[in-house]
Unconditional design. Structure first.
Length: 276
């Protein structure tokens, strides 16, 4: 090959380096008939035309978009502007779905991260007032009133919720309601319900509303069977401050099985809405 002609061509190594891939990738593409060199010498040296870089770039992009090499080969074998528009539209839709999925995952991670950070740094002896926006919840009663059955009911609620609202996956958390009459009589473990707390109104399911407002908040570190100490602090604070509160106390975990492997290390948040 004359020197002048060589300027129009690149070796396998040169092309691979320019495109950020390995020579083995180019060898493989040649073997499967996806991307062949323009010239193969008698000594088996391969040479690619500079103009082939655009096609290789398209192949690598389609592969990055998740298209199998076999489909790329078939597409390039019968390519046309109309077919490429069809393919790009399909991939555009897939990218949009993936972006939505990643966005939901990020929101879930941020939400869980904030809960864990609160659980790690909060003074558990502190009683505080927090402001919450309007929230929504799904409710399921538990006839047996024990925690194990509440867990099962909670899982059933979550399953129903996700089936009806797949796009809401990052916006829920399991919680429980303790009733004011029980709390005032020293009963803190009557788990006769399970709820799924939501940031947005769910679709296709009946739900109840937690009004926005100021909520008295206490914290408990340890097994749920010892959560009574936190309720006693709350009741004492309510009496000392002469406060009026709703009749439903909401329990949710800030630190749970996702972060620790011992129930005694759980962190529970208890909230009850203040009445004006």
């Amino acid at each position: 090959m004359k020197k002048m002609e060589q300027r129009m061509y690149m070796t396998t190594g040169e092309l691979a380096k320019l495109m950020g891939i390995t020579k083995e990738t180019l060898f493989h593409y040649d073997e499967i008939g996806l991307f062949r060199p323009a010239v193969v010498m008698k000594n088996r040296y391969r040479y690619y035309e500079v103009s082939q870089m655009e096609l290789l770039d398209a192949i690598l992009l389609l592969k990055e978009l998740g298209m199998p090499l076999k489909e790329i080969r078939e597409l390039l074998g019968k390519r046309s502007p109309e077919r490429m528009l069809e393919v790009f539209s399909e991939r555009e839709q897939k990218i949009q779905k993936e972006m939505t999925k990643l966005k939901n995952m990020k929101r879930w991670i941020t939400h869980r991260k904030n809960r864990i950070e609160t659980g790690l740094h909060i003074n558990i002896d502190e009683i505080r007032i927090q402001q919450f926006p309007e929230r929504f919840y799904l409710y399921s009663s538990v006839e047996s009133g024990n925690a194990e059955e509440s867990y099962r009911k909670a899982n059933e609620l979550v399953t129903r919720f996700l089936e009806a609202n797949p796009g809401f996956k990052s916006d829920y958390e399991v919680a429980y309601i303790q009733h004011g009459d029980d709390v005032e009589h020293g009963i803190y473990d009557r788990y006769d319900n399970a709820i799924v707390l939501l940031e947005k109104r769910p679709c296709k399911l009946s739900y109840q509303v937690l009004p926005e407002g100021d909520y008295l908040t206490a914290y408990h570190r340890g097994h749920w069977k010892t959560v009574g100490a936190a309720y006693q602090r709350m009741l004492a604070y309510i009496q000392e401050q002469g406060l009026q509160v709703e009749r439903e106390y909401i329990e949710r975990y800030l630190i749970d099985a996702l972060a620790v492997d011992d129930l005694n290390s759980y962190m529970t948040e208890i909230t009850v809405r203040l009445l004006k």
